[in-house]
Design a protein around this ligand. Structure first.
Ligand code: BES
Ligand code: ZN
Length: 648
């Protein structure tokens, strides 16, 4: 595979899936340098973009124009380099100075400019190189006419967009499309500087068939007339990975004065009920972290193939329908995506190495919101489950990938993500909170969000701020060496403050008694909440008999559970013990759900045995066309590693 970083390409024998984790490149990593973008951000910086796009749901493509406003930082620069992947570029032009003179009626003249696309890198795509004459002008306006050409759902090379046929939607009568741009997918539908360290405001005109509705991570008008033309404006500057679009047969239901849900008709009522506490979550967040600066907070419920639990697209979080359990038991994902309105959307990672600044902070904020709205017992249970997931993952991860500030050079950031930036990040912030005390830490957090509002920062910038505003303010509590160990050493530091939950004690007791034959199903668990069931299932011994599983299933109906997380934990046990009666459900689950966190571990477990891998391959062949390209790329590497390498 050929690896290119900053347009320097090295042909090598290494394949992504077998490469030694990080550190293949032994040169010291440069803080703040985005190894996953070709953009020459030291010479030009985009400030605003305007999209005029047609979404063709039948041909499964987007075509149109992007107008980019850029600050020119270097008068001598002769080239503007943008990121693209699987785009056809029809023309590039530059806005000329008003040829009619300043007094004439403003008339825009576009002068076409020479451009070329560099040879594509399998992960990063193709640099779009545009020749521009050097000038002392400090602003540039560029117009690019283009079209997406990624073959629908082809996993080779991934892509942000998923195009769903009508049959893959809940209503089954209109097609659907949506984007998932984080981390480096925006370049697959917009040519731009696709790096989290550049923030832009944007406007968009989206043209669709007239019987569907378009929504974006921007100001959305719930009452917009369905006429096939939708206008959007995002007045706050955001990084490219937060530009998002979805088109489908959507309905809207209000849940509060500044909150609501968009979903297909058959889901909108249940979604509004499930997410009814969103306003309370915003209210407690504002008390803790400062004002909510994005005006509205709406939630878009996507079809079940959506690859994430949730995605924090500003003003409009995108979420999986698997959150709708009927009892609000999985709404911590909403708390999480909302928390990103501070940690992430307001202050975000400058490069993907710094992702923990988004996700670790957000997991910590999520816990604080869950505690305030649902009580500390619920939040502690969720934190313990998170810690258990982290420990299980650390046991398998290369030590170099166990660090918060991770070296992702030469790797696809969307394939490397683990619970480390999330759970270890949360532990780090909980540690700081415990050491300095909640009041001091809360004041620090508010100051941090204010200080860096609407900026992208590196781990090192965070460290500097932390040093000045916490460590040095209250000396002798935490040293900078300890901070660096959290960020750069593998594993969990010995003095971590780990969460505990007394609500799990009865669960441990019941499990032990049941395994010893001293307790029968139905004699326990009747008042357990979802998190207790997850803990019960996740901590079973590796081997159970078919009879034991049958008894449990008979009593608690796990195979028919409507809770996607409980079902996931049950199916892990099913696979570990080759419990055939639940395999039909397993197949159905893998075919309907595309959320990576829920299905990747199931495929990985299946692949551990010969019969499991036959099953996995058979089911995957049927399920793959329904997955988002990023999910397919991830599962290809598990189920079909050799074929996945061949594609590259
Ligand atoms: N921003 C992430 C999703 C993401 C991260 C996509 C990195 C691509 C690259 C989102 O906020 C997230 O963390 N989602 C989690 C939610 C969970 C931790 C509560 C998910 O989807 O499972
Ligand atoms: Zn997140």
């Amino acid at each position: 595979m050929t690896m290119c970083v900053r347009r320097v390409c090295l042909a090598g024998l290494a394949l992504a899936s077998v490469m030694p984790a990080a550190g293949a490149d032994l040169s010291p990593i440069q803080s703040g340098l985005d190894y996953h973008s070709f953009a020459n951000v030291d010479q030009f910086r985009a400030t605003h973009l305007e999209l005029d796009l047609r979404v063709d749901l039948d041909d499964k493509n987007i075509s149109g124009t992007v107008f980019l406003d850029l600050k020119r930082l270097d008068p001598r620069a002769t080239q503007l380099i943008l990121d693209t992947k699987n785009l056809m570029i029809y023309g590039v032009s530059q806005k000329a100075t008003d040829v009619l003179g300043a007094t004439a009626k403003s008339q825009t003249v576009w002068v076409s400019r020479p451009f070329h696309l560099d040879k594509p890198d399998p992960i990063l795509g193709s640099a779009l190189v545009i020749d521009l004459p050097p000038t002392r002008k400090t602003v540039e306006s560029i117009r690019i006419d283009y079209e997406t050409v990624a073959p629908a759902n082809d996993a080779a090379g991934g892509g942000a967009l998923q195009w769903l046929g009508a049959k893959q939607t809940a209503g089954r009568h209109r097609p659907f499309m949506y984007s998932q741009s984080e981390p480096i997918g925006a370049r697959t539908w917009i040519p731009l500087q696709d790096t989290p360290q550049v923030r832009v405001t944007y406007k968009a005109l989206i043209r669709t068939p007239s019987d569907v509705m378009a929504v974006m991570s921007a100001e959305n008008d719930p009452k917009a007339k369905r006429n096939g033309e939708y206008s959007f404006s995002m007045p706050q500057a955001i990084p490219s990975y937060l530009i998002a679009l979805a088109v489908g047969d959507l309905q809207f239901k209000e849940t509060g004065p500044r909150t609501g849900v968009y979903a297909e008709k058959s889901l909108v009522k249940a979604a509004a009920k499930e997410f009814a506490d969103t306003e309370s979550m915003i209210a407690v967040s504002e008390k803790l972290f400062g004002p909510y600066r994005w005006t509205r907070y709406d939630i878009l419920v996507l079809p079940p193939s959506f690859p994430e639990g949730g995605m924090e697209n500003p003003r409009l979080s995108f979420v999986t329908p698997t959150l709708i359990a009927g009892d609000k038991s999985l709404v911590s994902v909403i708390a999480h995506e909302l928390a990103h309105s501070w940690s992430g959307n307001l202050v975000n990672n400058a490069t993907w190495r710094d992702l923990w600044l988004n996700e670790g902070f957000t997991d910590y904020l999520e816990s604080r919101i869950m505690t305030a709205v649902y009580g500390s017992e619920r939040a502690s249970m969720e934190a313990v489950l998170g810690l258990q997931a982290l420990r299980a993952e650390l046991a398998k991860l290369d030590p170099r990938d166990q660090v918060l500030a991770i070296d992702l050079r030469d790797r696809d950031p969307s394939l490397v993500f683990s619970s480390v930036p999330y759970e270890k990040g949360r532990l780090f912030l909980s540690y700081l909170e415990a050491k300095f005390g909640r009041d001091r830490f809360d004041a620090f957090l508010r100051g941090y969000f204010d200080h860096f509002a609407f900026q992208s920062i590196t781990t090192e910038q965070f460290n500097q701020y932390l040093g000045e505003h916490l460590l040095d303010q209250f000396p002798g509590i935490v040293s900078s060496a300890q901070v660096l160990a959290w960020e750069n050493a593998p594993g969990i530091p010995a003095d971590a403050v780990v969460p505990v939950s007394s609500a799990f004690q009865p669960v441990d007791d019941a499990r032990t008694a049941w395994l010893a034959g001293k307790l029968q199903p139905k004699q326990f668990g009747l008042d357990w909440v979802t998190q207790q069931w997850l803990y019960f299932l996740n901590n079973m011994p590796t081997t159970l008999s078919a009879e034991q599983l049958a008894r449990l299933d008979q009593a608690y109906d796990f195979t028919k559970s409507q809770n996607a997380e409980i079902e996931h934990s049950w199916l892990k046990l099913v696979i570990a013990n080759n419990y055939q009666p639940s395999y039909a459900r397993l197949e159905e689950y893998l075919k309907i759900i595309g959320r990576r966190k829920l299905i990747t571990p199931l495929y990985a477990d299946l692949m551990k045995t010969p019969s499991g891998s036959v099953f996995a391959k058979r089911v995957y062949a049927k399920a793959r066309p329904g997955y988002h390209p990023e999910t397919a790329t991830a599962i290809d590497a598990i189920v079909n590693p050799v074929a996945a390498e061949d594609i590259e």
